[in-house]
Design a protein around this ligand. Structure first.
Ligand SMILES: [Zn+2]
Length: 441
């Protein structure tokens, strides 16, 4: 299919960071022309008064948790996990997980996220892959690995060999599926719920296959203290010694780091997924993002799971990522353009997809969003920095079109790939079923 997006403000994020009014032409799954384009197309989108951007990339979400939005408010991380989220995750069935994943993807596609790095729960990960395949988002995902730790419900406990074998089986089946739109990542949950053997073997297997590792690190002060008691090491140093640092490793949060840990992240090229709304809501802290950026760490953004933010809207994350540093480091720290770069190019790089997505350039995958700039909360429009407008005044609901892999997934704010009314009903039914099973009614 040929798609012509006409007369939009193209925020290219290309090497020169060009921003100009013009046309963008999509042929099949690729961006085929920018600026001077053919005018014949199967679909013409009038983007006058709207921005055209590369699709946003979230590098830390949990689709399996979307059903639990609002089920774990006002708790700190370890209580949030042990009292609410783990029992709920363990009570999923295949259909509830599918519904949860669809709901999360629907919300993100409608608000401009085209690519995610996702961590599932221990069981039924295949259902999430099926939802991803159906709805049309680009995703790197993997089952959560949990073979140790205190307070883990029996429904989520697994042994090391089973965890590795199931992960490898899912990798074999789903890595490269849907024409390459779906990829696999190994996802040991965090140090406190993984044995050293599991972590070490994940590192070895990931290097052998060239597959991403996605885990949490140093989100919360109690977590960091418990890791030190358990291992005698700072969290990031422990991961480093087990082989879980490097460009193929994405660590979510990284709030409580000492100077040596920051240096290790920078020297190894480890990727950091910053989740500001989650970090604020769980009272975890404010990650030292300006210092990490200064040392050359690639910092990317994610909403984390729906029960800890409570929206998966990347515009909210961009807004907060810029704001929360300013009282500590001054109003010029992390300017709006840098935040948009983190949400696009940075995310693409973290996933090893910088040749394919993250900017509007000829030859790249056609992951493109159109964002209305004419809503009252954005006006007036003259002489306003486009990055500032996107980060400080724009909302996810201003996204009008979302195209992934050359497929129109959202048109005029309507999601095309699923029955949205059915999803509305099914998510309520599924949550009731899961809560009953978890004993949390
Ligand atoms: Zn998380």
């Amino acid at each position: 299919m040929k798609i012509l997006i006409k007369n939009g403000i193209l925020v290219t994020l290309d090497r020169e960071r060009r921003v100009f009014t013009g046309d963008l032409y999509i042929a099949e799954d690729r961006i085929a022309a920018i600026g001077q384009t053919p005018q014949e197309a199967d679909l013409v989108i009038d983007a006058s008064g709207q921005a055209v951007l590369p699709g946003l990339v979230q590098t830390h979400v949990h689709l399996c948790q979307t059903l639990f939005r609002g089920q774990a408010d006002d708790l700190a991380l370890l209580d949030w996990l042990k009292k609410r989220i783990w029992p709920l995750e363990g009570a999923h069935d295949e259909e509830s997980l599918y519904t949860s994943a669809l709901l999360g993807c629907a919300e993100m596609l409608l608000s401009g996220t085209t690519t995610i790095l996702d961590m599932e729960t221990v069981h039924y990960t295949e259902a999430a892959f099926k939802a991803i395949e159906k709805i049309g988002i680009r995703a790197t995902s993997g089952k959560a690995m949990m073979d140790a730790g205190e307070g883990v419900p029996s429904s989520l406990q697994e042994d090391t060999d089973t965890s590795l074998a199931e992960s490898l089986e899912l990798y074999g089946k789903w890595h490269g599926a849907a024409g390459g739109r779906i990829r696999y990542a190994f996802a040991p949950r965090f140090v406190l719920s993984c044995s050293p053997r599991l972590l070490q073997e994940v590192g070895e297997v990931a290097r052998k296959y060239g597959v991403l590792i996605h885990t949490h690190a140093s989100e919360n002060r109690d977590e960091v203290r418990l890791v030190e008691e358990l291992t005698g090491r700072r969290n990031v140093i422990y991961l480093h010694e087990l082989g879980l640092t490097g460009p193929y490793v994405v660590l979510a949060h990284c709030i409580w780091l000492d100077e040596e840990e920051k240096r290790v992240l920078a020297q190894t090229g480890t990727q950091v997924a910053h989740c500001p709304s989650c970090n604020l809501k769980l009272g975890s802290g404010i990650a030292p993002i300006p210092e990490l950026l200064e040392q050359g760490v690639n910092v990317t953004l994610g909403a984390d799971g729906a029960p800890c933010n409570n929206n998966l809207d990347m515009f909210k994350e961009m807004h907060l990522a810029a704001l929360i540093q300013k009282p500590l480091h001054g109003p010029t720290s992390i300017p709006a353009q840098k935040v948009v770069e983190m949400a696009t190019l940075g995310g693409a790089r973290a996933l090893g997809l910088e040749q394919e997505i993250g900017s509007l350039e000829v030859g790249k995958k056609a992951d493109v969003i159109v964002v209305d700039l004419r809503e009252f909360h954005q006006l007036p429009e003259d002489n306003v920095d486009i990055y500032g407008k996107l980060v400080y005044a724009t909302r996810g609901s201003d996204v009008t079109w979302t195209i992934v892999d050359g497929q129109v997934v959202v048109a005029n704010r309507q999601l095309l790939t699923i029955d949205t009314e059915e999803l509305r009903q099914k998510c309520n039914q599924a949550l009731r079923r899961v809560k009953r099973r978890a004993g949390l009614e």
